[in-house]
Write a protein that binds this ligand. Structure first.
Ligand code: DAH
Length: 357
């Protein structure tokens, strides 16, 4: 029995894999295995011999079985480790999709705008697309009877029957984010707020959902001069032309005083748009000095603080910069359009690396 023990315990420890282990199991404790055959011999023994040999054989069988189980577990562990090693995968590697998707021009232009303003110290603020009447209008100095309310082609959310409070609206501009940002941060503040806005309008240059970016800078002595510099700097970087020329035209917005609409010099010669040359002017944004009432609504003391705001259409900037003729196609999800006008996912716009290479 000692020979058997030595033979099998040693062989089990040395078994290279599961099939070899199974072979050993059959040889030792299988139906016709050596230990099993010896157990059968017990019947032929005298009671005394059986008394002595029985427990010993059982112990041997147990010992071999536990050695088999332990080795089996060890082999399984080793196999798993080997698999983990062989199938190791670097999940931080970039994907290799079979068909490369593209970045939508609106996302691309939003990233470009964000990169330019981030470089000038602006951070990004956000607000909800379903906005209260107060944030969308009142806080921006557009009281209920103000004519500007009609001009906004507002989508209204419905209230429950019998609820007389003013309905929420789909925000008609990104300007309410000015109020939210002021309330959250206080002064001084420098933010842009890109996002979706909604108006009930549809033709070649209007869609019911479109994108705007709001800008807000409040400080002790921020002036129109700062506004002019920031916007010129932005246009130079965004359109990637040194000689941009802007024209500030007196205008009116309820939330700014004074207000200015800004045009950019351009040429349509030969049917294609060139920014920075020619004799035409193209309106690109609205802006002004933030109205004291708007500062107050944002929780900021107008006797202590002042600043500028501006708002422009992201989709329109995308159309101008990338020569895209019809706004409606932006939101048609036509794959041919997306492949043609989309941008590579790996070219993240930065000021150093280039905005739109
Ligand atoms: N909210 C205006 C609109 O949607 C755009 C605008 C004009 C925003 C002037 C401003 C501003 O912040 O100062 O038409």
């Amino acid at each position: 029995m000692d020979d058997l023990r030595q033979k099998y315990i040693g062989a089990i420890a040395d078994a290279a894999d599961e099939p070899a282990l199974e072979e050993l199991r059959l040889q030792a404790v299988g139906k016709k295995g050596e230990v099993s055959l010896m157990m059968r011999e017990l019947g032929k023994m005298t009671p005394d011999e059986r008394q002595e040999m029985g427990p010993k054989l059982n112990a041997l069988k147990d010992e071999i079985n536990s050695a088999l189980a332990a080795k089996k577990a060890a082999l399984a562990d080793a196999a798993l480790n080997e698999r983990l090693r062989a199938e190791w995968l670097d999940v931080t590697l970039p994907g290799r999709p079979r068909r490369q998707g593209t970045i939508h021009p609106v996302s691309q232009v939003t990233d470009e705008i964000t990169a330019i303003f981030a470089d000038m110290g602006f951070s990004v603020a956000e607000g909800p697309q379903i906005e209260s009447d107060w944030f969308n209008f009142d806080a921006l100095n557009i009281p209920p009877e103000h004519p500007a309310r009609q001009e906004h082609d507002t989508f209204f959310m419905s209230r429950a029957e019998g609820d007389d409070r003013p309905p929420h609206v789909l925000r008609t501009h990104t300007s309410p984010v000015q109020i939210r940002a002021m309330q959250e941060t206080g002064a001084p503040i420098r933010v842009i707020a890109p996002g979706r806005v909604y108006r009930c309008d549809y033709d070649q240059t209007h869609t019911p959902m479109f994108h705007q970016v709001e800008g807000l800078a409040i400080g002790r002595d921020i002036s129109m001069a700062n506004l002019k510099w920031v916007l010129e700097e932005f246009c130079r970087a965004f359109f990637e032309v040194e000689g941009v020329e802007l024209r500030f035209r007196a205008s009116h917005f309820p939330f700014t005083e004074p207000s200015a609409e800004v045009d950019i010099r351009c040429s349509w010669a030969g049917g294609s748009l060139k920014i920075g040359e020619g004799d035409d002017w193209l309106e690109i944004l609205g802006s002004g000095m933030v109205h004291p009432k708007v500062l107050k609504a944002g929780g900021i003391d107008p006797d202590q603080w002042q600043g500028f705001a501006f708002g422009m259409g992201i989709d329109r900037l995308a159309m101008l910069k990338y020569g895209i003729p019809d706004l409606r196609a932006f939101f048609d999800s036509d794959l041919r359009w997306l492949r043609h006008y989309g941008f590579s996912a790996l070219d993240v716009p930065t000021l150093q690396g280039g905005l739109s290479v």
